[in-house]
Write a protein that binds this ligand. Structure first.
Ligand code: ZN
Length: 383
């Protein structure tokens, strides 16, 4: 088993794995593909292959080094993640460039994974360009993007480009079954994830995410009045706070690990500060992700009701609440109201990125959903 076995074996990923294994390593890579095509997983697998001491070039996936990389807890593998609509130039200038000039702490390669790289402000891209042009010998940049046309040509031309495809649902089910998920959980997760392996994996196997799913899937049926909407909003916000707390705990361990790894040498304070800054941004992102997930779940429920009503039951996403979807589809909830509800969810999700006041954003959206699409009264059984 190597880290690549956990990925969908497309021609692109096998080709990528073969290049790394053969030591044909570019200093900058650009992984392109739609959401869910496994770009980020491939980038992490690259970081493992480059650093694994047990199976160099392959990445065993189970040694200390691989496990820490897979969990995002290795001091030589850096993730740059947009905290809002853009990755500002400061992030590149203050955290990426100085860090890229240092040698790896303990690994063989220092790897920077820049997620949603197209969100780099043009100034940020220009700042990064110089580093890409004159890389340290043991530094590898992996840019990940689904809208690479927004990257500067100068950046793209510096990178070796790999194009990934979305993963077919059946392949996701197979992967999850191999990883110990039940058939039912694997099927539901694959359907909910829309071809996104990593999302499917957490939906099927991560207990915190599974518990959240239970909360989120019940919300459409609870939004009967404004007080119900406020209650549900409060619970979603609490979920987000719990996820932040769990991540904070991981971050504290990471800071301690970094201190152990570096001792009191020069550069420790700078590295620590860079890490703390990154952590702060990451917490906001965790919060946004949980709340975004709630809206995504609501939108997909209303979408399912519309689909069933128009004869598209085969395309049902929320398999675990199929009975509720059927009940709604038979009710007198209007199609216009369902469409408006979906739009409201999409809009609320987009507003999270703009640093909206989170409690207010959730409450106002839920109150409006309660007005637009209150749950149908339970119809009496037909006998
Ligand atoms: Zn390993």
């Amino acid at each position: 088993m190597t880290v690549w076995d956990a990925l969908y074996q497309s021609r692109a990923t096998t080709g990528l794995a073969a290049q790394i294994c053969a030591g044909e390593i570019a200093h900058s890579w650009l992984l392109i593909g739609p959401s869910g095509s496994g770009k980020r997983s491939a980038a992490v697998a690259m970081a493992c292959s480059l650093n694994c001491p047990v199976e160099p070039g392959l990445g065993c996936g189970s040694c200390q080094t691989c496990v820490r990389i897979l969990r995002g807890r290795h001091p030589d593998v850096h993730h740059v993640i947009p905290e809002g609509p853009i990755i500002p130039v400061d992030v590149i200038r203050e955290t990426v460039i100085p860090e890229a000039a240092r040698s790896p702490f303990e690994g063989r390669s220092k790897v920077f994974i820049i997620e949603e790289a197209e969100r780099m402000h043009p100034f940020a891209q220009n700042a990064l360009l110089k580093t890409l042009e004159e890389p340290q010998p043991d530094t590898v940049f992996v840019l990940v993007s689904d809208r690479d046309e927004e990257l500067l040509d100068t950046i793209r031309s510096r990178c070796r480009v790999v194009r990934l495809e979305p993963v077919p649902e059946q392949e996701i089910v197979k992967l999850l079954l191999r990883e110990g998920a039940s058939e039912e959980a694997a099927t539901l997760a694959a359907r909910l994830s829309d071809g996104d392996v990593e999302r499917a994996r957490t939906l099927a196997l991560d207990q915190a995410v599974i518990a959240r799913r239970w909360l989120f899937r019940g919300i459409p049926g609870r939004l009967k009045s404004p007080p119900d909407a406020f209650d549900a909003a409060y619970e979603v916000l609490q979920e987000a706070k719990d996820a932040v707390k769990a991540r904070e705990q991981v971050q504290r361990e990471l800071v301690a690990e970094l201190a152990d790894a570096m001792g009191d040498g020069r550069g420790t304070a700078a590295a620590r500060n860079a890490l703390l800054k990154r952590h702060k941004r990451e917490l906001r992102r965790v919060e946004d992700e949980v709340i975004g997930e709630a809206f995504r779940s609501l939108a997909s429920f209303y979408r399912d009701v519309l689909a069933v009503r128009t004869g598209g039951r085969a395309a049902l996403i929320n398999l675990d609440v199929a009975d509720d979807v059927d009940l709604w589809a038979r009710s007198d909830t209007s199609e216009a109201a369902l469409v408006a509800a979906i739009e409201r969810c999409v809009q609320a999700r987009a507003s999270l990125l703009k640093n909206a006041n989170l409690p207010l954003a959730i409450e106002s959206a839920f109150v409006e959903l309660a007005r637009l699409v209150p749950p149908p009264a339970m119809s009496p059984a037909p006998w």
